[in-house]
Design a protein around this ligand. Structure first.
Ligand SMILES: [Cu+2]
Length: 717
């Protein structure tokens, strides 16, 4: 029974993608389609893959987490562009720049990743591709298109997408646009005891999750030229986000503008395939306090923060088929990234008279080369060996703060930073070995080992202020703490071993796939509590409050297992039935401190009953997650209770029209998101441990959405 629903797909992905070593799962457009009505967040759709979770952020920009590693530790390629979040809170994450409706296919490589898709990452790679251009068979001009719309009851979310193509056999022109907007969503019940919101008399109900509203608009124009075995494609993508609020950050994104030009060439040559790419990306990002957070502080009208970045990149890749049935992939990559993060003076109090330079002319240049060799060495054995070298250079210029007031130590901290060596060149080496033994046509065992290295981000190396108010604005994990960097941070070095057992019944009506894994990470970038007055690591640790933390290299290890299983049930007059389930467990520990790592998803499982009758598909899904009791001690990470959720969905496909509808969290459970971080969605968020009129809000977690009805319609012409 070919199930189009996600849990079944992720199980069969191993078998259907058997040619791609190291692939953990692939989602195709059919799998993604029915999720578009339920969420506007591309990363959330990936959570249907076991071992993939999201760290909560804004409504369209959650951060994917692969087996406990997130954000800069993952490589995310959207149409080959390796973009970087340009924000001290990682708000404009790479996946926020592609709407679910524009995604054609997503492939996730977890842990042991082929070097051809890796680089400057230790956790894995997410490859997202939008649709390839279409051409007509002959010289006639053909047109096609698609329009869609959705509505969600919780938060009153709605949106639409449109796509049109016109092409002959040589040229193809297409336009894509999508729009999504939502108010704050409600939790399944009261999750906080206070209602005071913005310090000016407004209030939020105890079950309203403040700062979860968003509005986003993404468009692209695509021109493609096709001649024999050559395809040349140029895309201009622009996104405008006038408002995206963050329930676990002290700031909100009040404007984000992306402009990206992406040129790609693919050709079949007599020696193999050649792919070439060049791209340019401009990001202008503006933050301040949104409508649910206090805006006025004395005579200071908020805290404006501007982040600008420019990225230029080029990739070259050749896939050579050798005469001995082996394939060699050779590639070279270049990327140059420039970042400025400036906070203009505001009012006549603490935030002035000068501008605060958070990162001044930050630079990161990567030059990488790799080679990968793959061969079926014996009838049942396929192996892949790969090595990659990257030269990564980072630097930043001198900085200055708002002022040199003694209490805030901006004068001292900027002087120390400016006197330090702020330019580093890393020589990073990756190596991967994967071998698969095919026990039968649809069962296999895959063994993988890898060594991967990642240079710390510019925010990890070059943020400098130990002042509480400035450091809490530098936080990429949504835990309410303040962070600052260390120019001497060394690259993270990860060694990973994993195995994938993939068994399917001879008639393909059942299957189980299990991947245990173990990683040891040298120089993992964790953080320690800081004594700002003496500018040294704190000797006494605080608990139950937010702190100023400094990034530091420590050793860590992560192990766990991802399991999926599926089974067909007997068909009857009602149609075809099947069960699909998954289970994931991750355990992460800091070997230096003995603390657990932050943001590790607790044990979680799902089971779905799928039904299909001709073009009608239904699903009943139960998702359960255990309590999160293993938390990061230095970060005072907040524990969360376990929960179980029930979701229902249905969909019908006619020739041109499809309808999807469903209810998420049918029982309206009030539950905390295990990776939701600290709730910072309302109040006086500029004050560390002073967010409420009653003091600190520490201990409040970000809840998931209560019951939500959703419906989407799509029409293809
Ligand atoms: Cu931001």
């Amino acid at each position: 029974m070919p199930m189009a629903y996600l849990p079944a797909i992720t199980v069969t992905a191993g078998a259907s993608e058997a040619n791609n070593l190291g692939t953990s799962a692939t989602l195709h457009q059919n799998d993604i389609n029915h999720q578009q009505a339920a969420t506007s967040d591309t990363a959330t759709i990936l959570t249907k893959i076991p071992g993939i979770n999201v760290q909560s952020a804004g409504g369209i920009s959650n951060l994917p987490v692969i087996r406990g590693l997130a954000d800069n530790r993952l490589r995310i390629l959207v149409d080959g562009v390796d973009s970087i979040a340009s924000c001290p809170n990682s708000m404009n994450s790479p996946l926020s720049y592609i709407s679910p409706s524009a995604v054609e296919e997503t492939t996730v490589y977890a842990g042991v990743t082929p070097v051809s898709v890796g680089g400057n990452s230790i956790g894995g790679t997410i490859v997202v591709e939008s649709a390839e251009p279409t051409f007509s068979e002959d010289s006639n001009v053909v047109t096609s298109g698609e329009v869609g719309a959705f509505y969600r009851s919780n938060g009153n979310g709605y949106g639409a997408n449109v796509e049109t193509n016109i092409a002959n056999d040589v040229l193809s022109l297409s336009y894509k646009g999508s729009y999504a907007k939502s108010d704050n969503y409600d939790a399944g019940g009261d999750f906080k005891t206070y209602t005071d919101a913005s310090g000016s008399g407004q209030s939020l109900a105890k079950d309203e999750v403040g700062s979860t509203a968003f509005e986003s608009q993404t468009q692209s124009v695509d021109v493609a030229y096709h001649n024999g075995d050559h395809l040349l494609q140029g895309t201009y993508l622009w996104q405008r986000v006038p408002e995206e609020l963050y329930p676990n950050q002290r700031m909100d994104m009040l404007d984000n503008q992306l402009d990206r030009v992406n040129l790609r060439y693919k050709g079949e040559l007599n020696w193999g395939q050649l792919e070439a790419q060049a791209y340019h990306e401009d990001v202008e990002h503006y933050m301040n306090f949104g409508k649910d957070k206090q805006f006025l502080y004395g005579n200071a009208a908020g805290m404006p923060m501007y982040t600008d970045s420019e990225t230029i990149g080029a990739n070259l890749k050749g896939i050579v088929d050798l005469t001995d049935q082996s394939t060699v992939t050779l590639g070279a990559e270049y990327q140059d990234y420039t970042l400025d993060d400036l906070w203009p003076a505001s009012g006549t109090g603490m935030m002035g008279p000068d501008d605060f330079e958070n990162i001044n002319n930050g630079q990161r240049t990567r030059i990488g080369v790799y080679g990968e060799w793959e061969k079926q060495v014996a009838p049942k054995w396929t192996t892949q060996l790969g090595a990659r070298y990257e030269n990564v250079r980072t630097s930043a210029d001198e900085v200055s703060g708002y002022n040199s007031m003694m209490m805030t130590n901006q004068g001292r901290d900027s002087a120390i930073f400016n006197a330090s060596d702020r330019s580093t060149t890393d020589n990073n080496v990756d190596a991967t070995a994967i071998a698969r033994y095919d026990m039968s046509d649809n069962s296999s065992i895959e063994f993988g080992a890898s060594h991967k290295e990642r240079t710390p981000s510019l925010y990890e190396r070059y943020t400098w202020s130990t002042w509480g108010m400035a450091s809490i604005m530098n936080n990429t994990v949504g835990d309410g703490n303040g962070y600052f960097g260390d120019p001497d941070l060394k690259p993270e070095k990860s060694n990973t071993l994993s195995m994938t057992f993939d068994w399917r019944g001879a008639d393909d009506n059942w299957g189980i796939k299990a991947t245990p894994y173990y990683s040891h990470i040298d120089d993992y970038v964790d953080a320690v509590q800081w004594d700002s007055a003496n500018n040294t690591a704190a000797t006494t640790q605080t608990s139950d409050q937010y702190n100023v933390m400094r990034y530091t290299n420590q050793d860590a290890r992560i192990y766990g297992i991802d399991i999926t299983a599926d089974r067909d049930l007997p068909s009857n007059a009602w149609g075809d039935w099947g069960l699909a389930g998954s289970l994931s467990y991750t355990n992460g520990k800091n070997k230096d401190t003995g603390s657990h790592l932050y943001n590790i998803m607790p044990l979680n499982a799902s089971i779905a009953l799928n039904h299909e009758n001709n073009n009608w598909k239904n699903q009943v899904e139960m998702v359960a997650v255990a309590a999160k009791n293993k938390v990061s001690t230095p970060r005072n990470e907040v524990k969360t209770a376990g929960d179980g959720l029930l979701n229902l969905s249905t969909g019908y496909q006619w020739d041109a029209v499809s309808v999807e509808a469903g209810i998420d969290n049918v029982l309206d459970k009030n539950y905390a998101l295990p990776l939701g971080g600290s709730y910072m969605g309302q109040g006086r968020t500029m004050g560390i441990n002073n967010e409420l009129t009653t003091g600190s809000n520490w201990g409040t977690t970000v809840p998931g959405a209560g019951r939500s009805f959703y419906m989407g319609v799509n029409y293809k012409f």
